[in-house]
Write a protein that binds this ligand. Structure first.
Ligand SMILES: Cc1cc2nc3c(=O)[nH]c(=O)nc-3n(C[C@H](O)[C@H](O)[C@H](O)COP(=O)(O)OP(=O)(O)OC[C@H]3O[C@@H](n4cnc5c(N)ncnc54)[C@H](O)[C@@H]3O)c2cc1C
Length: 471
């Protein structure tokens, strides 16, 4: 029986444990933190997440999709909030049934750990921070100095992976890059109403876009919302149009640049309330614990991590954020990590994976996995960044706004047309790299078409779709 050590019992590690246990493997999962089922989790790190088709496909394969979706809140579109409090819903897709789901990070993690523990072969070891790995013996190292042996090690220990750092030191050809944004994020809270009701539209991802910064809010099952403020860490060199801006594809048709602020300027209650009352007046009235939350919750950083190689012979593999952490502007980090697990599992089914008897040829599997996956994770990392940088310039552009209107019309009219967003979010059958290439080609064409008309109603949709099909 193969024995696998997993480092990190987060979303990817817990899901992976289930997939491997279903194959009859013995799996030991070492987690730095305590058991989140017994200890309250620290606030501040994405309390809820958008689960979409790629993640759902992975949950479906282990029979957990319906269970997880039962406590998810569907989000059918983006609700844009202007500074004067007006709202406008921009649907995610022109087709019915294409929406994303707000799920609790802790709830999902706990459900996965509970499911994994149903298998005799799975054991979680908590409060065991891994400090590195001895690549000659494939033995992970721990602060507690416990000795762990297995056939291979899979590192799902997140963006700050200790295993990746050890690989960086010990593998001469290892390369990695981390690019951090000027913006950080902070989580805040809108509680439910007195009768447990949602105080904003329940089935939407809310956005308060303000060019230099923005706040978003995702609904929770209990009627509350978790808000995330994305704002520059420092205000030093931010001024008017020179300041770094923040946009997602959801911000089309938004507002002129607001007054700039930054986390280092929101130093006291007066500055904070002044900022919120000016920029988010309709939200601030729903945030009774704003001041406490703001000063108690940590400010997180946002970055893209790329590295290579992901595997050391058959001894160790990086998977999930440890291999390819990304900025959250496409809502795909977890979905991508879940797809990683699905792809790795599919390779374990191939006859070539078993070298002798039931022993897995991990070297072969890891090499194939890395080759298959790297172009796709590079693509989604790039698209997530593009949503930050490119949209900064595109959102105020009327041509871009017409393009978005046209995309919705095309989706409503032609069942086989998918916008780039839909290809990434709703098409688990389509590799990210294909979505990026096809999506970018479509975007270029539709921008050109929309630059030549004043209104989308001037366009012949049959003619447009003919051209789109050449992309
Ligand atoms: C603000 C924000 C919003 C996001 N929103 C979305 C979204 O809407 N949709 C989406 O798909 N993705 C989203 N993401 C991305 C998503 O959170 C990650 O991609 C996902 O958590 C990756 O899973 P993972 O298991 O690889 O890493 P993690 O979830 O980070 O898990 C790593 C685990 O390893 C443990 N660990 C760390 N170091 C060690 C060590 N040395 N030894 C042992 N254990 C260790 C950690 O405690 C943790 O349990 C968001 C991220 C952020 C920051």
């Amino acid at each position: 029986m193969s024995q696998v050590t997993i480092i990190g019992a987060g979303l990817a590690g817990s899901l992976l444990a289930i997939y491997l246990a279903k194959r009859g493997m013995k799996v030991d999962v070492y987690e730095a933190r305590g058991d989140i089922r017994k200890e309250s989790t620290a606030a501040g790190r994405s309390i809820n997440l958008a689960l979409s088709n790629r993640g759902i496909a992975a949950l479906r394969e282990i029979g957990m999709d319906e269970y997880m979706l039962a406590e998810a809140v569907p989000m059918y579109g983006r609700m844009i909030h202007t500074p004067s409090g007006e709202t406008k819903l921009l649907p995610y897709s022109g087709r019915d049934g294409e929406y994303i789901n707000s799920v609790s990070r802790a709830g999902l993690n706990i459900a996965l750990m509970n499911e994994a523990e149903k298998f005799d072969g799975v054991t979680f070891h908590f409060n065991e921070p891994c400090t590195g790995i001895d690549l000659s013996t494939r033995s992970p190292q721990f602060s507690s100095e416990i000795v762990v042996g297995s056939d291979t090690v899979i590192a799902t220990d997140g963006a700050g992976s200790a295993v990746r750092q050890a690989m960086e030191v010990h593998i001469p050809e290892f390369s990695s890059s981390s690019v951090f944004l000027d913006h950080g994020y902070k989580e805040l809270h809108i509680p439910p109403g007195p009768n447990g009701e949602f105080l904003l539209e329940k089935n939407a991802l809310h956005i308060w876009p303000r060019h230099q910064f923005m706040m978003i809010a995702l609904p929770n099952f209990d009627g509350s919302f978790t808000c995330t403020l994305f704002l520059a860490h420092r205000g030093g060199n931010l001024s008017g149009s020179e300041g770094a801006s923040l946009h997602t594809s959801s911000l089309e048709g938004t507002l002129p640049t607001g007054r700039v602020s930054a986390f280092d300027r929101l130093i006291d209650e007066t500055a904070l309330l002044d900022f919120f009352e000016r920029e988010f007046p309709d939200a601030v009235t729903l945030m009774p614990t704003l001041v406490e939350d703001f000063f108690a919750n940590p400010t997180g950083s946002l970055g893209t991590l790329k590295c290579w190689p992901w595997n050391v012979d058959g001894k160790a593999l990086l998977l999930g954020d440890s291999a390819h952490a990304m900025v959250p502007f496409y809502g795909q980090g977890m979905n991508c990590a879940f797809e990683d697990v699905r792809v790795l599992d599919s390779l374990l089914s191939e006859p070539a994976a078993a070298s002798t008897g039931d022993q897995i040829d991990w070297e072969l599997v890891f090499a194939k996995y890395s080759e298959l996956r790297k172009p796709n994770t590079d693509a989604i990392q790039d698209m997530a960044e593009e949503n930050f940088y490119e949209m900064r310039d595109a959102t105020a552009d009327p041509v871009f706004q017409r393009k978005r209107e046209l995309e919705t019309k095309l989706e409503q009219t032609f069942p086989d047309y998918f916008s780039k967003y839909s290809m990434v979010t709703f098409r688990e059958d389509l590799p990210y790299a294909v979505a990026k290439e096809k999506g970018n080609a479509q975007d270029r064409l539709l921008m050109k078409i929309c630059s030549e008309v004043n209104s989308v109603t001037d366009l012949d949709l049959d003619e447009v779709i003919k051209q789109v099909k050449t992309c």
